[in-house]
Design a protein around this ligand. Structure first.
Ligand SMILES: Cc1ncc(COP(=O)(O)O)c(C=O)c1O
Length: 406
């Protein structure tokens, strides 16, 4: 990765107190390249219209741009056009599956949903609703000492009552990459549906939906260079056809009478109301950008950064890292603490003195993070535009701060 890429991201030019920003909060949301910013601006300045409604040229032009973005993003994930639904984020994608299964009476008392101990709240809290309703019991696959998923525990817990397996592809905290294809095969052999939370994998590695052995794949467009308010759900065609939609109203209908309605064809059955039009057009540009660079190249670059960062922080005795510590088994996230310094204090100090943005706290994964440190942890997360020089500055800042807190 080179300077040319960095020039595409205007935020990297920003200076505060004469110092450039080091953006290490990519797991929360990514920066946006100029092509995405331009596409959003064009919609808002000279291309504003609603889609799939008007017959005037503005509406027709915008509908074409929106559908092109739809097709391009589906293709990016190796998904068929009708399998692909835009949502506002990964959370909405997972919730939409939960509500569709709920209103389609998929679960009956005694069923089980198998999750893991490393799930983000987005892939935990929605399922708790089903448990509260007495429709399904939640079970959690344990982790090994090295923060990988305990596959023996997975096999033991996957049984005839398991109607759904819902797992993260890559953790937003410990960074572990789970063996999704293998898990998907086991879920399929067990006749369980399989949902993959791809919020932390889709931005960083090649995803080919048919090869994952998954029924549902949720992702966050805003974490993969797309605008805020973008994400999506990919689902097997027969499931989208079979299950009820999540949201009801305009656009998702075929015909409406006062007491009953019929649904539009998929995927539009799952996109009710006016979508985030400019955002999705921007997301189309984001996947174009990622594709042009190449997902394998991005993954290789991040593996190199991860290895380098792990080595650098290992030199600081007061820093403890909670990751597999192996770039092959994890994405570019460092979850850490500094002995004697509270997580938020360290993040504030990194920000104020070194212009380094990291996240601190529970990271929307409270059950896991609070078990590691009840006061929370810090997280540095990398993306294609980050560099080893930035990691050097980060390690130096950690050394200075940890010394001064002693
Ligand atoms: C693993 C994981 N799942 C789901 C989400 C939720 O994503 P969103 O904020 O786009 O809804 C996140 C966000 O951080 C995440 O890291």
């Amino acid at each position: 990765m080179n300077e040319k890429i960095r020039k595409d991201f205007p935020l990297l030019e920003r200076q505060d107190n004469g110092k450039k920003i080091i953006y290490f909060d990519n797991a929360a949301t990514s920066l946006k390249p100029l092509s995405v910013i331009k596409a959003v601006n064009e919609y808002n300045s000279t291309g504003t219209a609603n889609i799939h409604r008007g017959v005037h040229k503005l509406s027709e032009e915008t509908s074409i741009l929106y559908e092109k973005a739809h097709d391009k993003t589906a293709e990016f994930f190796g998904a068929k056009k009708e399998e692909f639904v835009f949502t506002k984020n990964a959370t909405e994608a997972i919730n939409s599956v939960m509500y569709s299964l709920l209103t389609s009476d998929f679960f009956t008392k005694g069923d089980k949903i198998l999750l893991s101990e490393m799930e983000h709240h987005a892939n935990l809290v929605p399922w708790q609703l089903l448990e509260k309703k007495g429709l399904a019991e939640l079970e959690f696959v344990k982790l090994n000492e090295d923060f990988t998923l305990n596959m023996q525990d997975f096999e033991e817990k996957l049984d005839s009552k398991t109607k759904l397996v819902a797992l993260t592809h890559a953790s937003n905290t410990i960074a572990t990459i789970n063996p999704i294809k293998e898990i998907g095969k086991m879920a399929k052999d067990n006749n369980s549906l399989f949902l993959v939370d791809g919020a932390q994998s889709a931005p960083h590695m090649e995803i080919n939906f048919p090869k994952l052995n998954a029924d549902f794949f949720a992702f966050a467009g805003h974490k993969m260079l797309g605008p805020s308010g973008t994400g999506g759900l990919i689902a097997k065609k027969e499931l989208l056809e079979k299950f009820n939609p999540f949201l009801f109203g305009g656009s998702m209908i075929h015909s409406v009478k006062l007491h009953e309605s019929t649904w539009n064809k998929i995927p539009w059955k799952f996109e009710a109301g006016t979508p985030n039009i400019s955002g999705m057009i921007g997301l189309g540009k984001a996947v174009e950008y990622l594709k042009e660079i190449g997902m394998d190249k991005i993954r290789d670059h991040e593996k190199e950064l991860t290895r380098y960062a792990l080595e650098k922080v290992a030199e600081i005795a007061s820093i403890k890292v909670y990751n597999p510590k192996n770039e092959e088994k994890q994405v570019g996230i460092l979850l850490f603490e500094a002995k004697g310094i509270e997580a938020h204090d360290l993040a504030i100090t990194l920000d104020e003195f070194s212009n380094i943005a990291v996240r601190s706290g529970m990271h929307c994964a409270e059950p896991l993070v609070s078990s590691l440190n009840p006061k929370g942890l810090d997280r540095a997360s990398f993306y294609l535009y980050n560099t080893k020089e930035e990691i050097d500055e980060f390690a130096q800042a950690l050394k200075t701060i940890t010394k001064s807190f002693l």
